[in-house]
Design a protein around this ligand. Structure first.
Ligand code: ZN
Length: 100
């Protein structure tokens, strides 16, 4: 046994159990990242200096998580169905799913 557990209910998932590998990727979207010829000609040194000053005391892990974070976990069949339904209904982003 490799000690896999359902992230939802905590139940141990044994070899015979149906197991759902669940991946959630959250990443920052930069919609305005097109670089044009004028960007290549501009001097960005002051912009870069200000950016470096702003981030000098930041935690690298937190900065990385601000851009991209991945969750991978196992779910049992029941929790997979509950999780899927909450995703469809948008309940993961509200407290409504906590009721009942
Ligand atoms: Zn479960």
């Amino acid at each position: 046994m490799d000690g896999r557990r359902c992230k939802g209910c905590g139940r141990e998932l044994t070899a015979g159990d149906l197991r759902y590998v669940t991946k959630v990727d959250i990443y920052a979207a930069y919609d305005q990242m097109e670089i044009g010829p004028q960007d290549m000609e501009m001097d960005h040194s002051e912009e870069i200096r200000q950016l470096l000053y702003r981030i000098k005391d930041e935690d690298p892990k937190q900065m990385s998580d601000d851009v991209y974070v991945r969750f991978i976990f196992d779910l049992c069949k029941q929790c997979k169905e509950d999780f899927s339904k909450r995703l469809e209904d948008g309940e993961l982003l509200t407290d409504e799913g906590e009721a009942s």
